[in-house]
Design a protein around this ligand. Structure first.
Ligand code: PLP
Length: 390
C-alpha cells in the first residue's frame, strides 16, 4: 500500500509558486516564430512542467502554437492523454517492470514511445501486441550523451527486428545534444554527423522515417539548421533561455512568501546554523518561512537576494546565514519599515510594479547555488502551493 503525505491546507501557509500561463504561451509563440512552417514544436513538460504544473504548462504551450508534448515518464504521458489535449504526445523513459503494466495503456491512448535499446524495442513490441495496436516508435540514437539510446552501429543489428515487426512502426529518429548551451563546442556538430549517418542506416533498414528531431532550447535558439521536423524546447518555454538571445522570453514562475517576523539585532549578531554570517552593523532582519525543504538550495546560503514589498515600496534584501529546512533570514537594513506579513519575492517577477527593482531570478539562485535554473525550478517542492494566474 502507498500512503500519500497529507497535504498542507494552502490557506494556512504563505508560500506560493505563482504561475503565469500567459508567459508560457507568449514564450512558446516567440519560439514558434523562429521556425519554418514545416517544423513543429514539442513542448517539454516533464518533471511536472519543470515545476510549473504539467497540465498548466501543456495547455499554455499548446495555446502558443506547440502541437506536441514531451514527457519522460509514461505515467505523465497518460495523464496528458486523459486530459484530452489536442496534441501528439511522446514519452521516453521507462524500465521493464513498470513498463509492462503501463505501456499497453500508453499505446492504446495513441501515445508515441521512444525506444533506446533492443530490450526497449522488445518491450514496446510486446505491449503493442497486448494492446493490439501498432506502436509509433521514436528511435533514440545515442550520439554522445551516453544515456538512453541505441549506439549508431546497433541500427544495422536492430534493423530486421524493426522492419519485420508488424506491431512497431519507426516514425521518428531522434537524439539529444550534450553541449548545445555552448555554441562554440564542436561536440554538437560531431553529434549531428553521427546522427545523420545513423539516420541513413535506419532508412536503409526500415525505409523512410518521417520525422527527425534534435533541438532542445539552446539549439532551437542558435542552430536553425538543426530544427529539422520537430524541436523540443523545455527551459526556454518557462522563460530561462540557456544561451543569450534577443528572443523575448519571460519567467513564468514567481516564488513568494511573507515575513514571519522582523526584529532589530546589534552589530556582530550571528545568524543561522554554523554562524557563517554576523551582522556588520545594527540592523533589522526578517524571517521568511521558506527553506530548503521548499526548494531553496542550501548551497546558495548567504549568496543571493530577495525582494521585499513594504509600505514604502519594493526593496532588495540579501539572504544572510545558512538556509534552514523551513526558513531563511534576510537583512532588511537598519532603517527598513518592513513588517511581519509583508510579501517577499524570492525569485521571479515582482508583480509588474513600475520602477520597482526587479526581483531576483531562478538564474540568480542557480548562480548562487552553483547549479542551473532547471534545478531551481524543479526543486520547488510539493508543499509550495502552485497558484495559477488566470
Ligand atoms: C530528451 C529531451 N529533450 C528535450 C529537453 C529539453 O531541454 P531544454 O530544457 O534544455 O530545452 C530535455 C530536457 O532535459 C530532454 O531530456
Amino acid at each position: 500500500m502507498t500512503i500519500p503525505i497529507p497535504a498542507e491546507d494552502p490557506r494556512h501557509v504563505p508560500n506560493r509558486a505563482v504561475i503565469d500561463p500567459a508567459a508560457i504561451t507568449q514564450n512558446t509563440r516567440a519560439l514558434t516564430g523562429l521556425l519554418e512552417e514545416q517544423t513543429a514544436l514539442m513542448a517539454v513538460v516533464k518533471a511536472d512542467g519543470y515545476g510549473h504544473g504539467m497540465l498548466t504548462a501543456a495547455r499554455a504551450a499548446l495555446e502558443g502554437g506547440a502541437t506536441w508534448l514531451g514527457v519522460a515518464h509514461p505515467a505523465s504521458a497518460l495523464a496528458l492523454a486523459r486530459a484530452g489535449l489536442d496534441a501528439h504526445i511522446l514519452t521516453w523513459l521507462y524500465e521493464p517492470r513498470t513498463a509492462a503494466t503501463v505501456l499497453p495503456e500508453v499505446l492504446s491512448s495513441g501515445i508515441d514511445v521512444s525506444v533506446g535499446s533492443p530490450e526497449m524495442l522488445a518491450l514496446v513490441a510486446e505491449a503493442a501486441r497486448q494492446a493490439d495496436r501498432r506502436a509509433r516508435v521514436h528511435l533514440k540514437i545515442d550520439t554522445g550523451m551516453g544515456r538512453n539510446g541505441v549506439l549508431p552501429w546497433q541500427i544495422r543489428e536492430l534493423g530486421p527486428a524493426m522492419a519485420e515487426d508488424d506491431y512497431t512502426q519507426v516514425v521518428a529518429a531522434w537524439t539529444h545534444l550534450t553541449s548545445a548551451d555552448d555554441p562554440a563546442d564542436p561536440a554538437t556538430d560531431q553529434q549531428v554527423e553521427l546522427f545523420d549517418s545513423a539516420c541513413e542506416a535506419l532508412a536503409d533498414e526500415v525505409g523512410p522515417v518521417p520525422l527527425q528531431h534534435i533541438a532542445n532550447s539552446a539549439a532551437l535558439l542558435t542552430r536553425p539548421d538543426l530544427h529539422r521536423d520537430l524541436v523540443r524546447p523545455g527551459i526556454a518555454l518557462y522563460g530561462y533561455p540557456p544561451v543569450s538571445t534577443d528572443v523575448p522570453l519571460r519567467p513564468a514562475m514567481t516564488l513568494t512568501s511573507r515575513l514571519a517576523l522582523v526584529k532589530e539585532v546589534p552589530e556582530g549578531h550571528s545568524i543561522g546554523y554554523g554562524r557563517i554570517h554576523s551582522t556588520a552593523q545594527r540592523t533589522r532582519v526578517g524571517l521568511v518561512p521558506l527553506g530548503y525543504a521548499d526548494g531553496l538550495h542550501r548551497a546558495a546560503s548567504d549568496r543571493c537576494e530577495v525582494l521585499v514589498r513594504t509600505e514604502s515600496g519594493d526593496r532588495r534584501a540579501p539572504q544572510v546565514g545558512r538556509i534552514s529546512m523551513d526558513q531563511i533570514v534576510i537583512d532588511l537594513g537598519p532603517d527598513s519599515d518592513a513588517r511581519a506579513g509583508d510579501e517577499v519575492f524570492v525569485f521571479g517577477d515582482a508583480g509588474g510594479v513600475p520602477n520597482a527593482p526587479s526581483a531576483t531570478t531562478a538564474d540568480d539562485w542557480a548562480r548562487a547555488a552553483g547549479t542551473i535554473p532547471y534545478e531551481i525550478l524543479t526543486s520547488v517542492s510539493g508543499r509550495v502551493t502552485r497558484e495559477v494566474l488566470s
